[in-house]
Design a protein around this ligand. Structure first.
Ligand SMILES: *Cc1c(COP(=O)(O)O)cnc(C)c1O
Length: 382
């Protein structure tokens, strides 16, 4: 038996046909599919603007630059995230720092954030990570940003299709920017890819020009001495463009997004029902939230289990279950050691790291596969 992975893409014939039609067209990149994809995502989320990029990592980098993050600044985020959330600070020469999580939501704790804001130099940018698709407390975060004067860039890599209070993540109701990832394990995919949404025209234009070398062709209107070939590099930008091949896949996947979210929620609800009474916990999601459910994470109550975290992890692996651990607290990474973070400053992140296991969850997971996983979990816990 092949291991059941923790996540995987779902590609159907329509997705393939969409991609093939772009392959046969005149434009493999910088063509019309990009703008179509941007418009569909912006409209879906309820944001004014969207810029497609070649990864969420690139989106976070450009977002941080557009927000003016420089050497003298710091960027704060959750330690329970993928390294890309905080690497955006290093790319700008700025310093990343972390705020402990809440052990019921696995998201950045607003109480811990407020405490840190009162006690230390203010960050330029705070990056809330919507863990597994559960929105952070954005209203509270906005209040704090107004009081303490920082910008908000959402790392919504897990959260396309999520909503809070009936408002879609990506609407940027309480943030400056929002970044989605379309890596194959995420909710929808473009192979590699990401998108930044915003309601701020200035940020939109900045990110758009930085995506393509800092070059604009619109400047040619201003230039009287030059010909129609004229373009102008105004900033040091990058080639962070998404291809039309990827955008075609994204357009097709967007049509399937709602179904993916429904199926992910179905599977998550079955896990919760079947795990009732076992010595483990999972993310608490209030009625105000719809989560896209990128991940299903359990945290073990080790005081009630006669095995270690590692033993349980390995036993699940030996049953051919593609377990994972999202995430190693980022401050534990060797590259981050120079920041001298002390793990005991993040007691909840540490506790989470010592007990968490990600179980398989993806739209094409069958009921039989899930039953197999549930049985295995029951068996290894005794
Ligand atoms: C996947 C992920 C990223 C990076 O996304 P890419 O599109 O692979 O660059 C960033 N942050 C979080 C929380 C992620 O899960």
């Amino acid at each position: 038996m092949r291991p059941i992975p923790y996540g995987r893409q779902d590609i159907n014939q329509e997705d393939i046909d969409h991609v093939v039609s772009v392959l046969k067209s005149d434009w493999l990149t910088q063509g019309p599919a990009i703008e179509q994809f941007e418009n569909i995502v912006a409209r879906y989320c309820g944001a004014k603007y969207a810029v497609a990029v070649n990864s969420a990592t690139a989106g976070l980098h450009l977002g941080a630059l557009a927000l003016g993050l420089t050497e003298s600044d710091s960027l704060w985020t959750s330690p329970i995230t993928f390294v890309a959330s905080s690497n955006a600070a290093f790319y700008c020469g700025a310093k990343p720092d972390f705020v402990d999580i809440d052990l019921t939501t696995y998201n950045m704790s607003m109480e811990a954030l407020e405490k840190k804001l009162r006690a230390s130099a203010k960050p330029k940018v705070v990056v809330p990570v919507h863990f597994s698709g559960l929105s952070c407390e954005m209203k509270k975060l906005r209040e704090l940003s107004e009081k303490y004067g920082f910008k908000i860039m959402e790392d919504a890599s897990h959260a396309i299709g999520s909503s809070h209070d009936g408002v879609k993540v990506g609407a940027c109701e309480h943030s400056d920017l929002c970044v989605f990832s379309f890596h194959p394990v995420k909710i929808i995919t473009t192979g590699e890819g990401g998108i930044v949404t915003t309601n701020n025209k200035e940020l939109y234009e900045k990110i758009k020009i930085l995506r393509t070398h800092g070059i604009t062709r619109e400047a040619q209107k201003l230039s009287e001495n030059d010909g129609p070939w004229y373009y102008e590099q105004q900033h040091l930008g990058f080639n962070y463009r998404m291809t039309d091949i990827q955008a075609a896949l994204g357009l097709s996947q967007m049509k399937r997004l709602e179904n993916f979210v429904v199926r992910r929620n179905q599977l998550a609800n079955v896990y919760k029902k079947e795990f009732e009474g076992l010595p483990l916990a999972w993310q608490v999601i209030s009625d105000k939230n719809l989560s896209a459910y990128h991940l299903f994470v359990i945290t073990l109550d080790l005081s009630k289990i006669k095995k270690t975290h590692l033993q349980i992890y390995k036993e699940l692996q030996s049953h051919n279950i593609g377990v994972n651990l999202h995430y190693i607290p980022v401050y534990r990474q060797p590259y981050y050691k120079k920041l001298n973070h002390v793990p005991s400053d993040f007691p909840n992140a540490e506790k989470y790291y010592q007990t968490a296991i990600t179980l398989p969850l993806f739209p094409s997971m069958t009921d039989e596969q899930q039953k197999y996983v549930i049985e295995a979990v029951r068996r290894v816990l005794v």
